[in-house]
Design a protein around this ligand. Structure first.
Ligand SMILES: [Zn+2]
Length: 67
């Protein structure tokens, strides 16, 4: 089973994050975050928690992807 990043679509194999073109057709897939997208999601969650109502209204500035 491989982990597929739900944001950028890369897959984790043996500690490396690769393009999905390296994914075998019959491979079992679990969804999660790659380190880059995880860090970005954490920063966005932190921004979301400290944002004012008017900032939250501008949804293009705060994006928290859901898996
Ligand atoms: Zn990713």
């Amino acid at each position: 089973m491989v982990t597929l990043c739900c944001v950028c679509g890369r897959i984790e194999q043996r500690g490396e994050w690769l393009d999905t073109s390296d994914l075998a057709d019959n491979e079992l897939v679990s969804h999660g975050y790659c380190p880059d997208c995880f860090n970005e999601a954490i920063q966005n969650i932190d921004r979301y928690e400290h944002a004012s109502a008017s900032e939250l209204y501008q949804s293009d500035k705060i994006f928290v992807p859901l898996c």
